[in-house]
Design a binder for this molecule. Sequence first.
Ligand SMILES: C[S@@+](CC[C@H](N)C(=O)[O-])C[C@H]1O[C@@H](n2cnc3c(N)ncnc32)[C@H](O)[C@@H]1O
Length: 232
Amino acid sequence: MAVNHEDNKPVGHKLYSELAHKSLLRSDALYKYVLDTSVFPREHPCLKELREMTDKHPRNVMSTPADEGQLISMLVKLINAKNTMEIGVYTGYSLLSTALALPSDGKVLALDINREYYELGLPMIEKAGVAHKIDFREVSALSFLDQLLQDDNYLNYHKRVIDLVKVGGLIGYDNTLWTGSVALPPDAPMLEFIRGYRDYVIELNKYLAQDSRVEICQLTVGDGITLCRRIS
Ligand SMILES: C[S@@+](CC[C@H](N)C(=O)[O-])C[C@H]1O[C@@H](n2cnc3c(N)ncnc32)[C@H](O)[C@@H]1O
């Protein structure tokens, strides 16, 4: 749900087509400035190719934006990550960002229920010379992580993933502001797919805020990313 911040009225999905991006930064000109100045000039050519290919895909709204890919790359390097996991690959923009940022012996376990999406981006991943770092599994992530859980909601991911991350390790949850809908009243008009997942996102955010095992930082990049650094 997009919100016009001047009069605080929801404007539905119109904003996506007008701005052609899903950043929470509601100034088209400012977002373009960020991309043109700091992101695109440094984007790896294979990431650029993957992004441009994905832009033509009918489900391109799912793709990780380039500024978020840049953030992921920086984080992977800052924490000297070696073993990472990506849940939800789509065509692989964040996966390729991660794989490029990892050392040559680094690994990404990449989980998605749809191999076809992954295969769309695979030629660019191979061209970038990082396919050897990726272990792709076509699985439903929760059943892969823990056969016991039935309910595919966001909080259940946290309950599994936290045990897989060492103290000092980092988890990044994407879409935690869910196009801004988390701050709207429940009866506000919003797209069905936004409403359908909104409560799960709110539940995750509340849980993370009180989870003493992690230090958290809510970023307003892309659709909202919550960084969780495991501290105990
Ligand atoms: C928002 S997209 C991910 C975007 C991706 N990180 C990128 O860089 O473009 C969500 C992905 O999650 C996958 N997915 C949905 N439910 C899943 C599940 N239960 N287990 C694994 N993958 C799932 C979808 O097939 C889709 O490719």
